[in-house]
Design a protein around this ligand. Structure first.
Ligand code: F6R
Length: 612
């Protein structure tokens, strides 16, 4: 949520900033801006996309080897040129880009107004930058760095910031609390960014800032300390991001590319972990904690959005195979309700980005209560990956489309491996069943490839329903969360109101919605719930609902009762979610394209939700 980039070095800053902003646009895309220092400070801001800022700047004069940039997802103040970052202080001494929320901004603003400060925007950020200027003015011995620290000591809330001071123009000062920031180390240059991806191609070493860190970047050195001016040890990591990973290739949208990447992603997630030749599963990241996991009395899985849906499927899998009680929680609820957690509980946090504010807060809470905390995360080096006791990377590669697709299947893959491995260690699964699942799992990527071949058929189904206002998704058992996820995909990118329900709940209310205009998407493959789903289909059909069914290949019954059907290959019941979600992703994608929606950057959303 909001992307920050900064550059200081021997070269013109603009190309680094604009390129970085383009990578970061998935984090917020309602406005963008940058400040460049070239003897004096120039600020350029535009409502809209980074491309709008870029074309605006083509007609401007600018230069400079130091600069900061920002792409915004509005929190305080509507999207506008005026609310766009960077924000300057009243006298123009400080300029800031900010990701996060200053919760006590109203009180701080009042104090500054009383001291004669005036404000030009509706943002909380402008309060912070003026507070820096205020402290800077309190005495000649106070340098820019001191002023930043003093201002930060007064704020409550979260921030990732990069700051320029026109009086001390040889540095960028950056700090983090609750919003990610990484320093990129290059030859004769340093960058700073909310996501190391934005620096790909320019640097190959990074320092990930921790909460409470402050860094002063100069052209040829950097100093890392805490925001309360204490020394902090520096941990430099190599990064290996290839620019080639980030393009759309031959696809029209990142989302479509990422949907099609899923077979390969799943192979990557399984590689080295699924060992059919030994009939075993190896989870290297969990070796040290496996004994605790095996004897855990309860597992709580926490996440948001799509990751929460993966967690729900994880609950089915772990309870089914490993027989450990599992609870699933929204991170945003868990963190505020004083949950009962004991030392023998394990809390698993699932997050694609590893930076979701609520999930990180849940992590801290679980840790404070003494639980073993385990991460399932996609972004290497993210806060979640660094702050958990142990974890498993999903290896989905960079996910740019705001609607999560390949990260979800990778999360399901990891959860399936975990459930099976736990069951094996706990002796709640026999060797025959264990081996059968291992062998079948190895074949799932190929089955996903077969489903992807039906994209054209799914497009024609999407065309029929492109103008509806509402839709319902039904599933049972481990396909209920798949229904929720299918509905989420539809609403977030096509803006069609879509609800997922446990099919058995239909009769308790939602069936009142069914008429000939309502698409009802049913997950009805051959599994233990097949007969029950068949009944649900009949109930919808009797009320003239427009049925679209996901069925097993060769099912000649259900196809006769529904308006449209999409076949998926047969597999073991535990693995059906990995196949069942694919047609639903494609259905949402094609519907959104027909409706001319911005598939990769849906309105009001951002990829990484780093504010509450
Ligand atoms: C939906 C989507 C979001 C995320 C959610 C959690 O397509 O992408 O619902 O799943 O914001 O994000 P992570 O997994 O990064 O914690």
């Amino acid at each position: 949520m909001c992307g920050i980039i900064g550059y200081i070095g021997d070269h013109d800053a603009y190309p680094f900033l604009i390129k970085g902003l383009k990578w970061l646009e998935y984090r917020g895309y309602d406005s963008a801006g940058m400040a460049l220092f070239n003897g004096h400070l120039s600020i350029f801001r535009k409502m809209g996309k980074v491309a709008d800022l870029e074309s605006y700047m083509q007609n401007q004069e600018f230069g400079g080897k130091t600069g900061i940039g920002h792409t915004r997802w509005a929190t305080h103040g509507e999207p506008s040129d005026n609310n766009a970052h960077p924000h300057g202080s009243m006298n123009g001494w400080f300029t800031i880009v900010h990701n996060g929320i200053i919760e006590n901004y109203a009180e701080l603003k009042e104090g500054l107004v009383n001291k004669g400060y005036s404000f030009r925007s509706e943002t909380d950020t402008e309060v912070l930058v003026n507070l820096m200027e205020y402290f800077y003015n309190q005495g000649t011995e106070i340098c820019a760095e001191d002023a930043v620290m003093l201002a930060l000591s007064k704020v409550t809330g979260t921030y990732g910031i990069a700051v320029l001071c026109s009086q001390e123009s040889d540095c960028i000062i950056a700090a983090r609390k609750g919003s990610p920031l990484s320093i990129g180390i290059g030859k004769g240059q340093f960058l700073i960014a909310s996501d190391a991806t934005a620096m790909a191609g320019f640097i190959n070493q990074v320092v990930h800032l921790n909460d409470g860190d402050l860094v002063v970047l100069k052209k040829d050195s950097f100093t890392l300390k805490s925001i309360s001016n204490k020394p902090v040890s520096v941990k430099i990591s190599n990064i290996d991001i290839h620019i080639g990973d980030i393009g759309k290739g031959s696809f029209d949208h990142f989302m479509l590319k990422e949907i099609h990447e899923q077979p390969r992603v799943m192979e990557d997630t399984l590689r080295g972990r699924l060992q059919p030749e030994k009939s075993d599963i190896m989870l290297g990241g969990l070796i040290s904690v496996m004994p605790d996991l095996v004897k855990s009395e309860r597992i709580i899985i926490v996440g948001c959005g799509t990751s929460w849906h993966a967690a729900l499927i994880g609950e089915y899998l772990i309870e089914e195979f490993a027989r450990i009680p599992v609870e699933v929680e929204y991170a945003s609820e868990f963190r505020y309700r004083n949950p009962v957690i004991g030392k023998n509980d394990v809390v698993i946090l699932i997050s694609q980005s590893g930076e979701t504010a609520d999930t990180l807060a849940a992590l801290r809470l679980a840790r404070d209560k003494g639980a073993l905390v385990i991460g399932i995360c996609n972004v290497v080096g993210s806060t979640l990956a660094r702050d958990t006791d142990a974890g498993i990377y999903t290896h989905a590669g960079i996910e740019i489309g705001v609607a999560s697709t390949k990260a979800f299947t990778a999360q399901l893959t990891v959860l399936t491996l975990l459930a099976l491995k736990l069951a094996w260690e706990r002796k709640t699964i026999g060797s025959l069943q264990y081996t059968q699942h291992i062998n079948e799992l190895a074949g799932v990527p190929e089955k996903i490839r077969q489903i992807l071949l039906q994209s054209e058929k799914i497009r024609t189904i999407a065309e029929k329903h492109k103008s509806v206002r509402n839709s319902i998704y039904l599933g049972r058992g481990n396909l209920f969360p798949v229904a929720l996820e299918g509905a989420l995909k539809m609403k977030e990118i096509s803006y069609i109101h879509a609800e997922g329900y446990a099919a058995g709940e239909m009769k308790h209310g939602p069936i009142a919605l069914v008429d000939e205009h309502l698409p009802v998407i049913v997950l009805a493959p051959r599994d233990e719930n097949y007969e029950k789903m068949a009944s649900s289909i009949q109930e919808v059909k009797a009320r003239k609902g427009n049925l679209i069914a996901i069925i097993s290949e060769g099912d000649n019954d259900i196809r006769e009762w529904v308006n449209d059907f999409i076949e998926i290959p047969e597999t073991l019941p535990a693995l059906i979610p990995l196949l069942g979600i694919i047609p639903l992703q494609l259905l949402a994608y094609h519907t959104a394209v027909y409706r001319e929606c911005n598939v990769d950057q849906p309105r009001n959303l951002a990829k990484s939700v780093t504010v509450e």
